[in-house]
Design a protein around this ligand. Structure first.
Ligand SMILES: [Ca+2]
Ligand SMILES: [Ca+2]
Ligand SMILES: [Ca+2]
Ligand SMILES: [Ca+2]
Length: 290
């Protein structure tokens, strides 16, 4: 028993501290770790208006925690996020029909990226400030939409209620105060380290079941697009090669023909593995007592 307890203690010590994430649009203190994708292009959609500096994420407690540093302009430009969390999915984008996303139909993903989920984030003023999110299940074409997540504000913390595409709420935090990161001198290459210096942006906590997750890695792709989804910037994570211009219409883009991965990969953390190990140890202890 003493040896078992020692093993358990070692596992706990080895695991990263898994304090509750504060879903506020800041990655400070939440244990996101190092960036999984870093922007290699000065933004073509305006310095500190629309820029995707870096991507972060981890899987914990039955949730995907996702953080994209930077911001999307408050003119209803779109932040497109695709998530590949399961077998199957789309190699070529075919939208669920929400929000005019069909303008991107025909976008070819990297060969190793087959999303089941498409998320649209948008913010601006339509009588009042608002921040909206759509979550589309690309396998069923069900869509969960939530308008004015932060009330009459562009930023804050809030929740997307469960809906046709989601059995659980999505937690959302957004902070658009970034003045660091990549600049606007496109096409061009940002100075080393500037993208990783940004600590604010979009933060999402999504239930794994709503992603169809059954284990393994989760892959994420993000692009800043125009308000009608028809003219994309050069802000993509994983990054486009350096000195990229606007992608323009995504319906004519083939990410598999562009160098590098236009997605990034979230690998289950050692913490999850340690907890799984503890569960096994717990089962052993139970058996011994019985
Ligand atoms: Ca946070
Ligand atoms: Ca897939
Ligand atoms: Ca900037
Ligand atoms: Ca590629």
């Amino acid at each position: 028993m003493k040896k078992v307890l020692s093993l358990a203690i070692i596992c706990l010590m080895a695991a990263p501290v898994s304090a509750a994430v504060v879903v506020d649009g800041s990655l400070v203190g939440d244990g996101y770790g190092t960036a999984l994708a870093v922007q290699e292009n000065e933004t073509s959609f305006g310095d500190n208006k629309s820029e995707l500096n870096a991507g972060y994420g981890f899987i914990d407690g039955g949730k995907l925690n996702l953080f994209i540093s930077g911001q999307v302009e408050s003119n209803f430009n779109k932040l497109e996020i695709w998530i590949d969390a399961a077998a199957g999915g789309q190699s070529v984008f075919a939208s669920a029909g929400n929000d005019g996303a069909g303008a991107m139909d025909g976008l070819v993903f990297d060969a190793a990226f087959t999303p089941e989920t498409h998320i649209i984030v948008r913010n601006g003023n339509a009588g009042a400030d608002k921040f909206d999110l759509d979550f589309a299940n690309l396998l069923t074409n069900a869509v969960t939409s939530q308008f004015s997540i932060f009330g009459a504000s562009l930023t804050g913390s809030g929740t997307v209620a469960a809906g046709p595409a989601t059995a659980s709420p999505i937690e959302v935090g957004y902070d658009n105060s970034n003045v660091l990161g990549v600049g606007g001198a496109f096409p061009g290459t940002p100075a080393a380290g500037v993208a990783e210096a940004v600590t604010t942006g979009l933060e999402l906590v999504i239930d794994l079941a709503d992603l169809g997750y059954a284990g393994g890695d989760i892959r994420v792709s993000a692009v800043v697009n125009s308000g009608d989804h028809s003219f994309a910037s050069n802000q993509v994570l994983g990054s486009l090669p350096t000195s990229a211009d606007h992608l323009a219409g995504l319906s004519g883009v083939d990410f598999s023909a562009i160098d590098g991965d236009q997605f990034f990969t979230i690998v289950p953390e050692p913490a999850s593995l340690a907890l799984a190990g503890l569960a096994v140890i717990g089962m052993c202890c139970t058996r011994r007592r019985s």
